[in-house]
Design a protein around this ligand. Structure first.
Ligand code: SF4
Length: 411
């Protein structure tokens, strides 16, 4: 049976980090319960509401329509699938800070998934901030079926955490990890950000060393993205100094930090499998691999995205609007796109090349009826990609400038 991933968005945080422009809000905890009720209802009623809105998931009629498509288009646009015939094997509860929710809320969400879908859950991830971890909560998470915790820890240096507006401090990380281990969590991810205000080579090295010492099974390293809509981004545009805007490392420094991470994590036994992701052998994120490999997933909650293999759609970002729509029996979807062959090809290249194993050029050229040598050969000549037969991948030593490759390919 086709495997299916489920993403659940919890758009609530304790404070707004200075660099963040996600659709997340700091709201009274009294809003959590109605939101969770809406998510559970959306999960239970998803087939009827999607079908009523003409979205392909779960429709036998669409299955027949697809089988009449041209065979190339059909192959290129992804596999047909019916979500009631798929087995849910991964769940990712992200945010926001979903660890703020009462454990009973998380249990309710997972119960709604189990009672609606055929499930064989092998990876159930909860995003958490270190300061929200308590022993009792961690035990309840494990009892609910959560077996992976992804920490937004970003740095081990308090000065950087304070400047970024994060709530936790280094000591919280050292307090939280043993609590999770004692509760039975055997799969922990640490997120780090390269390029936080006040970060230096020395402080970044310290974060990498402390991470290696705590030995999480999985690590994500992101370069700080300056979003113009964030408080930090606005301050930078104004040329001001609030939020330590004057202490943001340069792009070259960030690229150096990324390369330091590549070296340090490799030396610590992590396998680099996606531009921003490293794992101990066997701990690659099964859920996130679905995004890069264009496998289907359904998203529930405000702003959550879904992908059927041929269509993408997204829910209303505003949590209040989302809850009102679900409570009123309306589909909370605000964006819908049926992929063209061209956009599916772009996704194949963009998402495929993010994985360090690369892409199978022969397969892609055959399925999409295109020749890509004209685009790839100059990149190979410039040393940005490597070609071995039909396999094309980003040059590992040039990953810090991978954006150049994507810009060229999307031209
Ligand atoms: S915790 Fe994450 S989602 Fe929430 S404000 Fe900070 S960066 Fe944004």
């Amino acid at each position: 049976m086709k495997k299916l991933g489920i993403y659940v968005q919890v758009p609530f945080c304790q404070t707004k980090c200075t660099y963040c422009n996600f659709h997340t809000g700091v709201v009274a905890s009294s809003r959590f319960a109605p939101y969770v009720e809406a998510v559970c209802r959306e999960i239970r009623e998803h087939q009827e509401s999607l079908r009523a809105a003409g979205v392909n998931c779960g429709s036998e009629i669409d299955e027949k329509a697809h089988s009449q498509d041209s065979s190339r288009q059909n192959r290129a646009m992804g596999q047909r699938w019916l979500c009631h015939e798929a087995v849910v094997d991964t769940v990712y509860i992200g945010g926001g800070t979903p660890s703020l929710l009462d454990p009973a809320h998380l249990r309710d969400i997972l119960e709604a998934i189990r009672s609606t879908f055929v499930t064989e859950l092998v990876e159930v991830t909860l995003e958490a901030d270190p300061e929200t971890i308590e022993a009792e909560k961690a035990v309840a998470w494990v009892a609910a079926g959560i077996n992976r915790v992804s920490f937004g820890l970003q740095s081990f240096v308090d000065k950087e955490l304070i400047a970024a507006g994060r709530m936790h401090r280094r000591a919280d990380i050292y307090r939280a990890v043993p609590i999770l281990r004692a509760a039975g969590i055997r799969n922990i991810n640490f997120d780090l950000i390269a390029g936080l205000p006040h970060q230096t080579k020395e402080s970044w090295r310290r974060s990498l060393d402390e991470l290696a010492w705590l030995a999480p099974e999985h690590v994500s390293v992101y370069l700080l993205e300056i979003d113009e809509g964030s408080r930090l981004g606005k301050e930078l545009l104004l040329g001001g100094g609030k939020y330590s805007a004057g202490a943001v490392p340069s792009e070259d420094e960030m690229a150096d930090y990324y390369e330091m991470a590549q070296e340090a994590l490799g030396a610590a036994g992590y396998h680099h499998y996606e531009i921003s992701n490293w794992a101990k052998p066997g701990y690659e994120s099964k859920h996130n691999l679905k995004y890069w490999q264009r496998e289907p997933y359904l998203g529930f909650g405000a702003g959550a995205h879904s992908f059927s293999g041929t269509e993408r759609w997204a829910n209303a970002h505003d949590a209040g609007e989302y809850v009102t729509a679900v409570q009123g029996g309306r589909l909370p979807v605000e964006q819908y796109e049926r992929l063209t062959t061209e956009s599916a090809l772009e996704e194949e290249l963009f998402l495929g090349l993010r994985q360090l194993d690369g892409i199978d050029l022969d397969r892609i050229e055959q399925e999409y009826g295109v020749t890509l040598a004209g685009k790839l050969d100059p990149l190979a000549l410039a040393g940005l990609v490597k070609r071995e037969g039909s396999l094309v991948r980003l040059a590992p030593e040039r990953l810090s400038v991978s954006n150049e490759v994507f810009v060229e390919l999307m031209r």
